[in-house]
Design a protein around this ligand. Sequence first.
Ligand code: ASP
Length: 324
Amino acid sequence: MSKNILKLTGIAIALSLTGNAYAAYPERPITLVVPFAAGGPTDVVARTLGAELGKILNQPIVVENKTGAGGTVAANHIAQSKPDGYTYFLHHNGMSTAPALYKNLKYDPLSSFEYVGEVVDVPMTLLARADLPPNNMQEFIEYAKQNGENINLANAGPGAVSQLCGSLLQQALGVKFTTIPYQGTAPAMSALLGKQVDVLCDQTTQTIPHIDAKTVKFYGVTTKDRISKLPDAPTLHEQGLKDFDVKVWHGIYAPKGTPEAVITTFNTALKQALKTDAFKNKMADLGAEIVSEERQSPESLKAWVESEIKKWGPILQAEGMNVN
Ligand code: ASP
């Protein structure tokens, strides 16, 4: 090959890697990583969203569950993944609580990722196994004070919102339970249904069918206000746990360095997916609330994570909740 042809080929390759490299994006399946077990509340949001995103982007969205250490294993995996637009991450509050909980975190929530946008807010519910003696929150408060460490509280590990909710509950009641961590609240819920654990705090996206079927005892909603999906269910706040207010929020991230054009394409698809009837109906059935269009932007999600890090860092540190 002559020197000139070599030079021209070089220019063509350079062009295809910059300007037009992503004109046909996406050209193959996209992976959406979920940091908790399959079948759980984060997973159900990812799979419902993935189905709609797949139709919009014309490529399958493959959900991959990468569990461990309250979501930090998956976050670390994303931070080290190729920034080529084919790997995304759906995570929740754990993105902002991890720095205070894990001293040796190998990624920085604010600088190791590209931000895509927020998805849904999900309230939590406080549940107990069907044969735990207390029938309501007042009875549970008494029972908790009498039985303390004999009560087994399931959660999805440090960094999970089930853990945060359970910790705030113990703090509000002035008791200490025995904590049993799982790889997500899907297995934690199986343990509750199997009566191997006593109590679980978890998202409505997983708990509503069990509340409806009365296969669990249901003591209240963890948000400060009642929720439209369960209008008759009292909040923990109104049942004596003053100002108790925990909700789960979900955002989407990509590895740092993912091209801006790609993020824009994915964000546009995300906004479209959040407007589909399939997504809206499923989320409404499960008590989840789609965030406002303003919150669906990368900038808004980043500002939110930053404010949540500032909010939870001192609280978690004061509680001595760090794990290493
Ligand atoms: N519900 C979990 C949590 O406590 C996560 C999950 O399994 O989706 O954060």
